[in-house]
Design a binder for this molecule. Structure first.
Ligand SMILES: [Zn+2]
Length: 457
């Protein structure tokens, strides 16, 4: 790379760096529009690189007229990506031009490039590196800031900036939507410094996810019907019209909210939670049975306690030995109700695994017979839940749309929370959730960012 002839520039003396070092620096230091003048390893660690703008003229950003009249040389100090673990500070020397157009309101201007925007404190590629470290690698903001030699706020601002480039939700064609709630913090009370009023900070958030891709479309505070309807009402009619199925957990609040905005959409309750409900029913019965029979909590030596995991496992996936051990439990007359509850749980699984509505309806008859035979309050409650959600269960069997990806998104969200050691600022928290999910989904399915659209948070 040839040195430009800026003889009149007030550049530092070049005695500190040998030509070989300069060459290496300029190879590594590939900032288009700039040429390396100097590279110094600083005594306390880090490297300082001096670059000068190549352009001897430039267009005014206001009127577009080219100017080569230099008003003054300005020096701008920016941080750049570390090279081989060494922090790099860049001193940019560039001319401030006087606008040649007398009618232009702009008096002077400097050159800006993609990598070095006007007044930037760090290069664009450094910003991209810290955003990728936080959002793609899931590293903590403070740790990334330290490794890159920038302030925590610089990393945070870079992440907030990129959340402005997330695609608008209305531009993402979604046919199956998943809605789920998660707890992101314990409830906290904060005193508003202006009004001195204490307010409770909602520890819940509701997540909206493309149930097919896992792309997190939105995160709203709370888990009330009002928050869910508000988010849905903010969507365009075209977007709402495209929705075919909404997958939720069996939550009456969410079902009512969806019905208010989307009276005709199919609502699906995935088998994930239904199986959990069956297992919970069985666990309740087991614990009650042990208390009734033994007058105390279960211990390792009690077969019904020792085999509690076998009870919960899918019956058709048990080994011969496993089934034999369960039979031992069921043979004890004292645990008759545990055996009955186990049968109810297995029939519920048969409903949810049915390949067709007809088979599901047949399985439901077997299920109801098992519930009647068991004659247990826990099984009766489960049967009531199945009746309450029968329409939605049938939608699930027909469409197989589940909340599984929403669950996975929530797991990732909880990891973001752990990495951040608990975000107190919800904007920061949401920008990471949406940003991270978008980048993951884009890698998988090529969604294109639309600059300028605000993320729906
Ligand atoms: Zn101008």
């Amino acid at each position: 790379m040839s040195q430009p002839t800026h003889d009149h520039l007030s550049l530092p003396a070049r005695t500190t760096a040998e030509p070989a070092v300069r060459l290496a620096a300029s190879v590594v230091f590939n900032l288009s529009g700039y040429t390396v003048h100097d590279a110094v390893d600083l005594p306390l660690g880090g490297r300082r690189v001096v670059v000068a703008a190549d352009a001897t003229e430039g267009p005014c950003p206001e009127c577009g007229v080219l100017s080569w009249r230099v008003h003054q040389r300005v020096r701008q100090s920016v941080k750049d990506i570390p090279v081989g673990g060494v922090l790099v500070e860049v001193i940019v020397v560039k001319p401030r031009f006087v606008c040649a157009e007398t009618a232009c309101p702009r008096r002077t201007f400097t050159q800006a490039t993609d990598q070095l925007p006007t007044r930037a404190r760090c290069t664009t590629r450094l910003k991209e590196a810290v955003v990728a470290a936080v959002l793609d690698s899931g590293r903590a903001t403070a740790e990334v800031a330290a490794d890159h030699g920038v302030a925590w706020g610089t990393v945070n601002t870079a992440i907030l900036d990129q959340s402005l480039e997330l695609p608008a939700v209305d531009q993402v064609p979604v046919r199956a939507l998943g809605i789920d709630e998660h707890r992101f913090a314990t409830a906290k009370w904060f005193k508003n410094p202006d009004t001195a009023v204490w307010c409770r900070v909602e520890p819940w958030m509701s997540t909206f996810v493309d149930a097919n891709t896992g792309h997190v479309l939105g995160v709203v505070d709370g888990r009330s019907s009002r928050n869910v309807t508000a988010w849905l009402r903010a969507r365009s009619q075209a977007w709402l019209d495209r929705l075919e199925v909404v997958a939720i957990d069996p939550s009456a609040t969410f079902r009512n909210a969806i019905r208010q905005v989307l009276p005709a959409v199919d609502i699906s309750v995935g088998h994930f939670h239904r199986v959990k409900l069956g297992n919970q029913m069985l666990t309740d019965v087991r614990q009650r049975a042990i208390r009734e029979v033994l007058g105390r909590r279960g211990r390792k030596q009690d077969a019904v306690w020792a085999h509690r995991m076998l009870l919960l496992r899918a019956g058709d996936r048990l080994t011969e030995a496993g089934l034999h051990r369960l039979e031992e439990v069921f043979d004890e007359p004292a645990y008759e109700q545990v055996a009955a509850a186990w049968a109810v749980k297995e029939y519920l699984r048969k409903i949810l695994n049915a390949p067709s509505i007809v088979k599901a309806q047949n399985a439901r008859i077997d299920f109801e017979l098992a519930v009647a035979a068991a004659d247990l309050p826990e099984a009766d409650r489960l049967s009531l839940t199945v009746a309450n959600w029968w329409v939605e269960i049938k939608v699930f069997i027909r469409t197989q749309v589940t909340n599984a990806r929403t669950e996975a998104a929530n797991t990732a969200i909880k990891q973001i929370k752990r990495t951040g050691r608990g975000y107190r600022n919800q904007t920061n928290y949401q920008s990471r959730i949406l940003g991270r999910s978008f980048r993951r989904t884009r890698r998988r399915s090529q969604i294109h960012p639309r600059a300028g659209h605000h993320a729906q948070v």
